[in-house]
Design a protein around this ligand. Structure first.
Ligand SMILES: C[S@@+](CC[C@H](N)C(=O)[O-])C[C@H]1O[C@@H](n2cnc3c(N)ncnc32)[C@H](O)[C@@H]1O
Length: 316
């Protein structure tokens, strides 16, 4: 500050530059990164500061331009926090995007099928209690977190393939006081499962976050997960990903060794009947039988709309 006062009396231009430097550093200060002022506020502030510096014919600092570029990028994919109250009274708090598609993925928001699948799970906790659950395409994690909080699974394996989704998913899991196992644990599921006592009541669900891409996951990796139940919400939305999804379900059915095949439940919003029929036709072609599960008459998490959500049970 002393330096600033001195240069104000001698050279107002360099004082402005110094001010920009101080403010620029403040904006990049770790505390500000943790508790940032809104992106809109930072954008207005930086724009004004750069304009002022430019009007003095002084060269504004590169850091200010970089900070402005970062804020503009942030505004493109707005972030928010949502709280969902479960019928049990528990709350699921999630960091989500406010845009349906952001960062090149649909996985940063909670979709209606995720709510409907959680609703069904909460009415059927015995399907999940004390069992190992694998969720495909978990997105930001609503269904899995609701199940962990209400249905006492033994192990819950969240999975997705998109790096930004996986990072937000990990944050959301921690935000809800669940502790994911360190990275890499999912490939060694087989050993750790074997150490647990048969029929032991599970008070603390073991939580795993797996980077799992349907098109590249191997039968061996799937076998290692030892899933009793496989669930997914809103994964039948694009004809291009259906063959990878069905291919992975086929691998699940052939990778069970001497174990019982997992029970599989997939909730979908039928937006385009052709896409949904394609999914059913691919299941038929690969010999996977399916039946529609009667939907709940109302959804506790949906207040105004009742979307067209269907849950299929698959028999691998
Ligand atoms: C429409 S979002 C649904 C997210 C969440 N289940 C929900 O309903 O709120 C579809 C999710 O599937 C994931 N996904 C798409 N293709 C995938 C693939 N090949 N392997 C794994 N996950 C995939 C996306 O990353 C995304 O998170």
């Amino acid at each position: 500050m002393k330096e600033l006062e001195q240069s104000l009396s001698t050279s107002p231009d360099s004082a402005l530059l110094l001010l920009g430097d101080i403010l620029g550093k403040t904006i990049l200060h770790p505390l500000c990164v943790k508790y940032p002022p809104s992106a809109k506020y930072r954008r207005c502030f930086l724009t004004e500061l750069i304009k002022k510096l430019e009007s003095t014919a002084a060269e504004p600092l590169d850091e200010l331009y970089e900070a402005l570029a970062a804020v503009l990028k942030e505004e493109e994919s707005p972030h928010c926090y949502k709280n969902y109250i479960l019928p049990t009274g528990d709350t699921v708090s999630l960091g989500e995007s406010t845009a349906l598609i952001s960062g090149g993925t649909t996985g940063l928001v909670t979709w209606e099928a995720a709510l409907a699948l959680a609703q069904w799970a909460l009415h059927n906790p015995s399907v999940f209690r004390d069992r190992t659950i694998l969720e495909l395409g978990s997105g930001v994690g609503f269904t899995g977190i609701a199940i962990c909080k209400s249905c006492q699974p033994r192990t819950f394996i969240f999975s997705d393939c998109h790096p930004r989704v996986l990072s937000q998913l990990g944050e959301n899991i921690r935000l809800n006081s669940l502790t994911p196992e360190p990275d890499g644990t999912w490939s060694s599921q087989t050993q750790s499962q074997g150490q647990e006592g048969e029929g032991e009541k599970c008070q603390n669900t073991k939580v795993i976050v797996a980077e799992l891409d349907w098109s590249s996951v191997t039968e061996k990796q799937l076998l290692g997960l030892r899933a009793d139940v496989v669930i997914a919400a809103d994964v039948v939305y694009d004809p291009e990903i259906i063959s990878a999804l069905v291919g992975m379900l086929q691998k699940l059915s052939t990778s069970r060794a001497d174990r019982k095949a997992p029970e599989v439940f997939i909730a979908s919003t039928i937006r385009n009947p052709d896409t949904y029929q394609l999914f059913q036709a691919e299941l038929d072609k690969s010999g996977i039988r399916w039946q529609t599960i009667p939907a709940q008459s109302s959804c506790d998490f949906l207040y105004d709309v009742q979307p067209n959500v269907t849950i299929l049970q698959l028999f691998l």
